[in-house]
Design a protein around this ligand. Sequence first.
Ligand code: DX5
Ligand code: ZN
Length: 223
Amino acid sequence: MKHLIAPSVLAADFSNLQRDFDMVNGSEADWFHVDVMDGRFVPNISFGQFIIKFMKQMAEKPLDVHLMILEPENYIEEFREAGADVITVHYEACPHLHRTIQQIKATGAKAGVALNPHTPVGLLEDILEDVDLVLLMSVNPGFGGQKFIYQTIPRVQKLRQMMIERNIHAHIEIDGGVGLQNAEKLLQAGADVLVAGSSVFRADEPVDMISKLKAIGDLERFV
Ligand code: DX5
Ligand code: ZN
């Protein structure tokens, strides 16, 4: 299956969100990536359910909501009601991860688990069967526009290998510092969802940038 591109709205222009959402709606992007930060799990605060409700009205594509918050289990239903199609919680924030994943699924949303750059992918061994998506952070969460951590590539390979061995077909999503300079390597390593914030919204031609990110890998098939 073709990989998915998820522009991160954290890098959009919040004084003109409608324009940026229209841009993504009219592009080849697949999802809107929506970052929720609480100032406790990560050292930054972004926005919550109230704003996401309005994003849902503007978005013509699924909302991929990345919860960088402590105790996410207290808010799952609210984010679903606000319009989240995918809800991803952090492994590091969930002492009862299995329960939280089931809670997300019970709302009808797809369930994802995210790992910080230092958290070993092997720790997911006993939860892999239950998740629809694994998000690997390729920067330390909290801010857009950071430098990609290259150690992410072998992490993707290892995680995809774990999935192949057990015939699991969950998405592997990469978040942070993703752009044309590393997208191909990530896809080759086994990723299939690329989050792109600054590389899309800071591009001179964001729609073209999305097309380029989406087209990676196409060439090989024709050679
Ligand atoms: C970081 C967020 C990312 C961020 C990515 O904590 O989870 O989704 O918006 O932004 P870029 O692509 O600019 O690194
Ligand atoms: Zn994110």
